[in-house]
Design a protein around this ligand. Structure first.
Ligand SMILES: [Zn+2]
Length: 299
């Protein structure tokens, strides 16, 4: 199919799924530059999306701007498998992904870090992180197929995943209940679906981290995920790529996307917030920062 027919088709799709005007939808469609084929496969059930959303949320809060080789959440590739999801991790970041995800009580922090209820099985080359309360599961592997190191307790930490294998501790139950029923969040389904899609679509979101090897991601609360970057794709290009692959599929039209300015957009009513600096934020420092990050991971 010709490029212009594709662009027209995408503009119609964007117009149908969002409350953008036809001219805004056409402008976005013209900027889409990545075609991965059909829409990315969604998680098969609400428990699975809830777990994947929590994984994305924890990784965004943990890594912030400490990524290597453009792996925004430490993830290079995501492959749906059976009822779950397989994540191919940036090899140097893989141990830290495990450390951040597995739940532990941190006495200095005064609460739980990681994903409550997450437990492990499998080998150290292919670790299955499963939810103790449901069949939801995310499998992780290093991109170089090497072995991963399971985290050991740091000062002030109690490793809950190791201490109580089959059940949740009281603190974990409380934390899991808060994630599943955050009163401040209007639509938990939208949060779970969109954050799960962020995790399932590294080929698109990692483009924000590509020019420098890292980008900034963080969260304000349990209902959002922010991505901030400078060079590379514009906000409209990223939005166009996401919408082209079905990022807004099944969302209420009026909440699908809001273009705030040339440098900012909200998806799913501020569930995913995209901010791009107007000029390069790092300049010549970019390479030095990347080297410091590399040193941090010991590579
Ligand atoms: Zn830059």
């Amino acid at each position: 199919m010709s490029r212009s027919r594709n662009t027209n088709r995408l503009a119609k799709k964007i117009r149908a799924q969002t409350s953008l005007t036809l001219s805004a939808a056409s402008r976005l469609a013209q900027q889409a530059n990545v075609y991965l084929g059909s829409s990315v496969e969604d998680s098969p059930n609400p428990q699975q999306s809830r777990l994947e959303a929590h994984v994305a949320h924890v990784l965004a809060s943990s890594f912030q701007d400490r990524q290597l080789n453009g792996a925004l959440l430490g993830v290079e590739e995501a492959q749906p498998e059976n009822q779950g999801l397989k994540l191919i991790l940036e090899s140097n970041m893989a141990n830290e992904v495990l450390r951040e995800l597995l739940p532990r009580f941190d006495h200095f922090y005064g609460g739980i870090r990681g994903v409550p209820g997450l437990r492990i099985r499998g080998s150290n080359r292919r670790v299955a992180l499963h939810d103790a309360l449901s069949s939801a599961q995310v499998t992780v592997m290093r991109a170089d197929h090497g072995a991963m190191r399971l985290p050991s307790a740091r000062d002030g930490e109690v490793l809950l995943w190791k201490r109580v294998p089959g059940v949740l501790t009281r603190n974990e139950r409380q934390e899991a209940a808060e994630w599943a029923d955050s009163r401040a969040i209007v639509d938990l389904r939208v949060r779970d679906v969109l954050l799960s899609r962020i995790l399932r679509w590294p080929g698109l979101v990692n483009r924000t981290a590509k020019p420098h090897g890292f980008a900034n991601c963080y969260t304000h609360h349990s209902g959002d995920l922010v991505i901030e970057w400078c060079c590379g794709d514009t906000v409209e290009t990223l939005c166009a790529n996401l919408l082209a692959h079905g990022f807004a599929d099944g969302l209420p039209r009026e909440r699908a996307i809001e273009l705030i300015s040339r440098y900012s957009a909200h998806l799913g009513d501020r569930t995913v917030i995209l901010n791009r600096h107007g000029s390069c934020f790092y300049g010549r420092e970019g390479e030095k920062i990347a080297q410091r990050i590399r040193k941090h991971y010991g590579s």
